[in-house]
Design a protein around this ligand. Structure first.
Ligand SMILES: Cc1cc2nc3c(=O)[nH]c(=O)nc-3n(C[C@H](O)[C@H](O)[C@H](O)COP(=O)(O)O)c2cc1C
Length: 186
C-alpha cells in the first residue's frame, strides 16, 4: 500500500458500466485507496445493474451520489488525485463553468481550485458534442485551470453519434495520466 487516495468520478456516459474492471480494480492493484462518486445519472444506472454495490464491496467505501447533511462526516478519506472518467459533455461543461449542482461536481470543482490536487478528466464525447459552439471554450478553461485532459484523436477519435456503440474507452491512458499526476512515493 502506498497510502495514495484516488477519487474516481463517473458520469452518465458510455463505458461507466466498465469502471470497476477497467479503472477501479487496476487502481486498487496499483496500491491506490479508491473512493467513488457518481453523478445522479450514473448512480441510477449503476444501481439498476448492481454495479454500484459491487464497487462498494471492492473499494470498501460507500459510493457517494447524494450530498451529505451538514451533521454528517464525509465517508471518503482526503483525496490525492481525482479522475473523472467517463466525463459526459454535460459534466465537462458544468466543470468548466464551475457549476456544482451534484455531489460529484461539488468535489471536482473544489479540487480544481485546490493547489497541488491533480484532476484528470476523460471527456467521453462524440463529434456532435464537440461541435457545440461552447465546447472548445470549455476545454480551454479546464486546461488553463491545470486540469489534465485525456483527449484527442490519439486516445479517443470523435465519431458521429451512434456510429461507435460499445467502443472500448482508453482506460490505460486514463490510468497512466493518474499515475503520472501522483507518482508512487519512494
Ligand atoms: C445510454 C446513454 C448513453 C449516453 N452516453 C453518453 C456519452 O457517452 N457521452 C455524453 O456526453 N452523454 C451521454 N449520454 C447523455 C448523458 O447521460 C446526459 O447528458 C446526462 O444528462 C448526463 O448527466 P451527468 O453528466 O450528470 O451524468 C448518454 C445517455 C444515455 C441514455
Amino acid at each position: 500500500m502506498t497510502g495514495r487516495v484516488l477519487g474516481v468520478v463517473g458520469s452518465g456516459a458510455g463505458g461507466v458500466e466498465d469502471l470497476l474492471p477497467c479503472l477501479i480494480r487496476p487502481a486498487l492493484e496499483a496500491g491506490w485507496t479508491v473512493g467513488v462518486t457518481l453523478t445522479p445519472t450514473a448512480g441510477r444506472w449503476l444501481t439498476e445493474t448492481g454495479a454500484l454495490a459491487e464497487i462498494e464491496r471492492a473499494t470498501g467505501l460507500p459510493v457517494r451520489v447524494d450530498p451529505r447533511s451538514p451533521s454528517e462526516r464525509s465517508p471518503h478519506p482526503p483525496v490525492d488525485c481525482y479522475v473523472v472518467a467517463p466525463a459526459s459533455a454535460n459534466t465537462v461543461a458544468k466543470l468548466a463553468l464551475g457549476l456544482a449542482d451534484n455531489q460529484a461536481l461539488t468535489q471536482v470543482n473544489e479540487a480544481i481550485g485546490t493547489h497541488d490536487l491533480p484532476v484528470v478528466v476523460f471527456p467521453r464525447v462524440n463529434a456532435a458534442h464537440a461541435r457545440h459552439p461552447a465546447w472548445n471554450d470549455h476545454l480551454t478553461a479546464l486546461r488553463r485551470a491545470g486540469v489534465h485532459l485525456v483527449y484527442g484523436d490519439d486516445v479517443w477519435p470523435l465519431h458521429e453519434p451512434r456510429s461507435s456503440p460499445g467502443k472500448q474507452l482508453p482506460w490505460s491512458a486514463v490510468l497512466d495520466a493518474v499515475n503520472q499526476a501522483v507518482p508512487v512515493p519512494r
